[in-house]
Write a protein that binds this ligand. Sequence first.
Ligand code: 9MR
Ligand code: ZN
Length: 541
Amino acid sequence: MGIYLNQVGYLTSAKKVATTTTEGTYQVLDAETKRVVCMAKATSKGFDAAAGEDAFEVDFSALNKPGKYFLAGRGGQKSYTFEISDKPYANLHKDLMKALYFQRCGCELKAEHAGIYTHKACHTTPAMLVEDYMAGTANPKTFDMTGGWHDAGDFGRYSTAAAVALGHILYAYELFPESFQDSLQIPESGNDMPDILNECLYELQWLIKMQREDGGVYHKLTAWRHAPFLMPEEDLDPFLLYPVSSMAVADYAAIMALASKVYAEYRPEFAAQALAGAKKAWAWLEVNEYIGFHNPEGSGTGEYDDDDDRDERFWAALEMAKVDHANKEKYLAVAGKLIKEVSGIDFGWTDVSALGSMAVLTAKDSFPVDLAEEVEKTVFAEADRLLEIQSKSGYGVAMLPEDYVWGSNMVICNRGMLFLLCALGSESVKAEVYKEAALGQLHYLLGRNAVDYSYVTGHGEHAFKNPHNRPTACDGIEDPMPGWVSGGPFKTPVDEIAVKMIPKGTAPMKCFIDHVDSYSTNEITIYWNSPAIFMTAYFMK
Ligand code: 9MR
Ligand code: ZN
């Protein structure tokens, strides 16, 4: 029995909907005066297969007075408190970005920026090639690889994951620069550049180091195995450069091309360096076919294995076409061929082809009409398929039971991004439909789900608190840093604690535990925050 809703809040002008598991009439009460401000009747949505129980929808959109409220129903049912306001997601947006600062590697996190979450500089010793490490080479070649963001709850830094996270954010910045004007209180704050660009530059400068002289890009920089639970500066394992993969090279080309454009105004020198790196990566792609990546025997850090690099090449070709004008036709020819072979609809680290779609739809004039139309057709067809799924869901979310994979909250947010891309490209009435659809995804993330959790730390009365994140586990501080998105329910969890605690047959949406050891349901990563940043940026406009 429960009343599930967005614990952060609703835009004054938008639809306001909650989910309940019993029918009846529900009251909306003012959180301060405890007076009933309106009533709403629950309508049946039937059996919700993802949640494994009946669901009812309570629409209280009639309430459009800013304030703080909660819902109450028969038998003492009560929801968490939420806000109605014109900018309910402003603090959330800031914290989602600030979380990336907490992932900075290779520098001290000082109290003036990190508050109570300080730590000393970590992972500052030079790296070596994994081949040398495995062979026990006496005097191995060493590399300065400091910098960048820790990928997740582990300390690894992975090229494809980095490029994808940066992609979500830099497109958001290109589209909604006005949503990125607030200070994040990071070391660079107050300089001439918006803080989100400062923060992303920290990652980009590290990524630049991942490129070899020949244009190839190392797949990842991690230890041989994940460190035990300790503070980052206590981790003294050697860091290793793992071989080049064609996914890493193509993602690198794409993100550096995009960065060369975004940073041209504030950091022309960096922009030129990024463009040169992108061109070198492209040259490498021209003479190399697909090269996959698998961990060498015995090594155990993240793999990000991917058996197809066509989507990465697609994204790269489209971004290169925008910045390397002399060779535009060449890139368009590659993209024109690949468009028939890629999905064009996914923003994840495995399939990045929707980042290619984003590249086109945010700059339609730079592309031939037929290419732009083809991309548009694909993206809108997917959005309409998702709208249909969403309309049937008892939780107003565009997810089928099988979509609750490892990191399902990224699927949630990526679909939100897709809806917003369609909102941007639609006339007002239809734009409103897509905008509401994206809000539906956000409502789920912030508490309108069957486990009643807000999946962002520090945001919502019942936000998850125990992310699988080494600093959080080891810093001795009760609360986690605010602004982290949890991976979320995974229908077939693989970590020991989740396997033990979540009974077999549990409905997919409920396969979640807020436990620090549950790396397959409750970790954090940079690319689970980034699509959420995209969404909140849109709603900050
Ligand atoms: O996010 C990744 C997820 O899609 C995969 O199913 C999973 C297993 O391969 O790996 C996840 O990525 C992890 C990465 O390998 C290492 N850092 C933490 C990432 C999040 O759990
Ligand atoms: Zn580090």
